[in-house]
Design a protein around this ligand. Structure first.
Ligand SMILES: Cc1ncc(COP(=O)(O)O)c(C=O)c1O
Length: 294
């Protein structure tokens, strides 16, 4: 099989809206290497965009999945629950930063985790508005897209966006935006656009991924925590891309002095299988009534 021949078929059969970085069709992958359908071997620096942090087909992951396939594939946890859901929730609750009781829910994709984090934040605070940052990426569903701070290619032609989403500039020294600039812009936002008493949450990537790999400075994160505490807003860390040791610590927020109220996770949580999670302060996570999440 030739990459070019599959590429031709792809052009005829798949929407061009699904953009592609390469035209190398994967045949198999092992640890940090991929072989294409023509037998060429590549070093995979992308890890499926931070999805296989422990390498392709990590033996422990494959073993766990095989064992599960021999037992059951789906019962719907809301109908017939299973212990592994509880066990993983317990592990995440114990691992995430913040010395407070935590609870977790599992969903399927990063965008879905973000959607649920916003639902939970709105429910817990009784407030509608959300603040995100320019250059941030939070997914391609409607709320994920609205929160994403990049028009091209993520929003163009897909309006109208959900209301009550506001963006502030992210501090990036390379772009000449200091922490003070970002905080001043937030202040302007509160004066010109949205009453802070209407804001449910600020959502931030501890390291912007899609935006260009920019770390949130420590004093910026500390200032966001302070603003949230001052106005009764929640701080949501979107760790979909930064989680599970991508930044050298288990979570990127482990590099900071402050903890978020809610964290979204996906990607390397399951090493290549579709699983995402929202973990947060127990009382916040318990705000939605039974059936509101799932
Ligand atoms: C920070 C962040 N949030 C959310 C998402 C969306 O995740 P998914 O593509 O699994 O919906 C991504 C995906 O790259 C991401 O990097």
């Amino acid at each position: 099989m030739k990459n070019s021949a599959i590429s031709e078929r792809k052009n005829q059969s798949i929407s061009r809206g699904v953009g592609m970085t390469t035209q190398i069709y994967a045949d198999r992958a092992e640890n940090s290497e991929i072989w294409d359908v023509e037998g060429r071997r590549y070093i995979d620096f992308s890890s499926g965009i931070a999805v296989v942090n422990t390498g392709h087909r990590h033996p422990k992951v494959i073993e766990a999945v095989k064992a599960q396939l021999d037992r059951f594939t789906h019962t719907c946890h809301q109908v017939v629950p299973y212990e592994s859901y509880v066990r993983l929730a317990e592990r995440l609750n114990g691992m995430l930063p913040g010395k407070f009781d935590k609870k977790t829910i599992f969903v399927t994709t990063g965008a879905e985790a973000v959607e649920n984090a916003i639902k939970i934040a709105r429910n817990a605070t009784g407030r509608p508005a959300v603040i995100a940052f320019a250059g941030g990426f939070h997914g391609r569903t409607f709320m994920g897209m609205a929160l994403t701070g990049k028009v091209v290619p993520y929003k163009v032609g897909f309006g109208a966006m959900p209301a009550d989403v506001f963006h502030a500039p992210f501090p990036v020294a390379l772009h000449g935006i200091t922490v003070a600039d970002s905080l001043a812009a937030l202040d302007r936002l509160f004066k010109a656009d949205v009453d802070p008493a209407r804001v449910a949450a600020i959502i931030v990537e501890p390291v912007q991924g899609e935006g260009g790999f920019y770390e949130a400075p420590r004093d910026f994160m500390t200032a966001l925590r302070k603003i949230c505490d001052q106005h009764g807003m929640l701080l949501i860390a979107d760790e979909v891309q930064t989680g599970f040791a991508r930044t050298g610590k288990m979570f990127a927020m482990d590099h900071h002095e402050v903890a978020p109220d809610v964290t979204t996770m996906a990607k390397s949580l399951a090493g290549g299988f579709p699983l995402s999670a929202v973990t947060g302060r127990a009382e916040i996570m318990d705000a939605p009534s039974p059936g509101g999440l799932g």
